[in-house]
Write a new protein. Sequence first.
Length: 69
Amino acid sequence: MTNPFEDPDGTYLVLVNDENQHSLWPSFVDVPDGWRTAHGPAGRQACLEYVEQHWTDMRPQSLIDSMGE
Protein backbone atom coordinates (compact mmCIF):
# COMPACT_ATOMS: atom_id res chain seq x y z
CA MET A 1 0.00 0.00 0.00
CA THR A 2 1.25 3.47 -0.91
CA ASN A 3 1.84 6.00 1.84
CA PRO A 4 -1.05 8.50 1.37
CA PHE A 5 1.36 11.37 2.08
CA GLU A 6 3.61 10.32 -0.81
CA ASP A 7 1.14 9.06 -3.42
CA PRO A 8 2.13 10.72 -6.72
CA ASP A 9 -1.40 10.14 -8.06
CA GLY A 10 -3.20 11.35 -4.94
CA THR A 11 -5.27 14.45 -4.42
CA TYR A 12 -3.96 16.85 -1.81
CA LEU A 13 -4.60 20.04 0.11
CA VAL A 14 -2.03 22.58 1.17
CA LEU A 15 -2.62 23.43 4.81
CA VAL A 16 -1.30 26.48 6.66
CA ASN A 17 -1.16 27.07 10.41
CA ASP A 18 -1.00 30.29 12.44
CA GLU A 19 2.81 30.29 12.15
CA ASN A 20 2.43 30.31 8.34
CA GLN A 21 3.96 26.84 8.11
CA HIS A 22 2.70 24.82 5.15
CA SER A 23 1.87 21.14 4.93
CA LEU A 24 0.87 18.82 2.10
CA TRP A 25 -2.16 16.84 3.25
CA PRO A 26 -4.18 14.05 1.58
CA SER A 27 -7.58 15.47 0.68
CA PHE A 28 -9.47 12.51 2.15
CA VAL A 29 -8.01 13.05 5.65
CA ASP A 30 -9.70 15.53 8.02
CA VAL A 31 -7.89 18.83 8.42
CA PRO A 32 -6.35 18.84 11.92
CA ASP A 33 -7.15 21.52 14.48
CA GLY A 34 -4.99 24.61 14.10
CA TRP A 35 -4.65 24.25 10.33
CA ARG A 36 -6.68 25.71 7.46
CA THR A 37 -6.81 24.93 3.75
CA ALA A 38 -4.81 27.36 1.62
CA HIS A 39 -4.92 25.49 -1.70
CA GLY A 40 -6.57 22.50 -3.27
CA PRO A 41 -7.79 19.94 -3.63
CA ALA A 42 -5.28 19.43 -6.42
CA GLY A 43 -2.67 16.99 -7.62
CA ARG A 44 0.53 16.47 -5.67
CA GLN A 45 2.72 18.44 -8.09
CA ALA A 46 0.37 21.44 -8.16
CA CYS A 47 0.32 21.50 -4.36
CA LEU A 48 4.12 21.26 -4.16
CA GLU A 49 4.40 24.17 -6.60
CA TYR A 50 1.98 26.20 -4.48
CA VAL A 51 4.09 25.56 -1.38
CA GLU A 52 7.28 26.51 -3.23
CA GLN A 53 5.74 29.79 -4.40
CA HIS A 54 4.06 30.78 -1.13
CA TRP A 55 6.25 29.45 1.70
CA THR A 56 9.39 31.40 0.92
CA ASP A 57 10.44 32.14 4.51
CA MET A 58 10.79 29.04 6.66
CA ARG A 59 10.85 30.99 9.92
CA PRO A 60 7.71 30.79 12.07
CA GLN A 61 5.50 33.87 11.75
CA SER A 62 5.93 34.68 15.45
CA LEU A 63 9.71 34.95 14.95
CA ILE A 64 9.28 37.18 11.89
CA ASP A 65 6.90 39.40 13.88
CA SER A 66 9.24 39.61 16.88
CA MET A 67 12.09 40.67 14.59
CA GLY A 68 9.96 43.52 13.23
CA GLU A 69 10.10 42.37 9.63
